[in-house]
Design a protein around this ligand. Structure first.
Ligand SMILES: [Zn+2]
Length: 145
C-alpha cells in the first residue's frame, strides 16, 4: 500500500471513528473544546457517562472537577445532554501537534465568543497557552475576562 492509497483509506473512515480536536455544543450555544486520542465516538460517550453520573447528585452537591465541563454545564443548567452535538474540528493523532491544535481552537473560540451570547466552557486557567499562538491570534486574556 502506498501513501496515496493510505490517504484514501483515511478519507473513507467515518468521521466519528477518527481522533483529534472536537467541539461539543449545547442546545443553548455554549460549547466545549476538547481533544481525543481515541475516537470521537468513544470520547463523546464518555462525556455522556459523566453527565449520567452527575444526574445522581443534587446540583448543589456535585462531585469535584473530575467530570467534563460540558457534562457539568448540562447538569447545572438543566440542559439535556442528548440535545448536545459533537463536531470534529481537526483530525490528528495524540501528541504535541494535538496539544497545540487544542490550544489554537480553544483560544479561537474564546475570541470568537467574546462578543456573542454563548460561552466557552473550558477552564481557561487550566489551558496552557503557547506564546506564539497568543501572538498569532492576538489573544488578550484581559479582554475576555
Ligand atoms: Zn446549555
Amino acid at each position: 500500500m502506498n501513501l496515496k492509497n493510505l490517504a484514501r483509506v483515511k478519507d473513507v473512515l467515518p468521521k466519528m471513528q477518527r481522533s483529534g480536536i472536537y467541539e461539543v455544543r449545547c442546545q443553548c450555544g455554549d460549547r466545549y473544546i476538547g481533544q481525543s486520542g481515541r475516537t470521537f465516538q468513544e470520547r463523546y460517550a464518555e462525556h455522556r457517562r459523566d453527565y449520567l453520573k452527575l444526574q445522581k447528585f443534587p446540583t448543589s452537591g456535585l462531585p469535584g472537577d473530575a467530570t467534563s465541563s460540558i457534562a457539568r454545564h448540562c447538569r447545572i443548567e438543566g440542559h439535556s445532554f442528548d440535545s448536545t452535538k459533537i463536531f470534529p474540528l481537526h483530525y490528528c493523532v495524540k501528541g504535541r501537534q494535538m496539544d497545540r491544535l487544542e490550544e489554537y481552537y480553544t483560544i479561537k473560540n474564546f475570541i470568537d465568543c467574546n462578543h456573542s451570547s454563548y460561552k466557552v466552557l473550558n477552564n481557561i486557567d487550566a489551558v496552557f497557552f503557547n506564546n506564539f499562538l497568543r501572538f498569532v491570534l492576538e489573544f488578550d486574556e484581559q479582554a475576555i475576562s
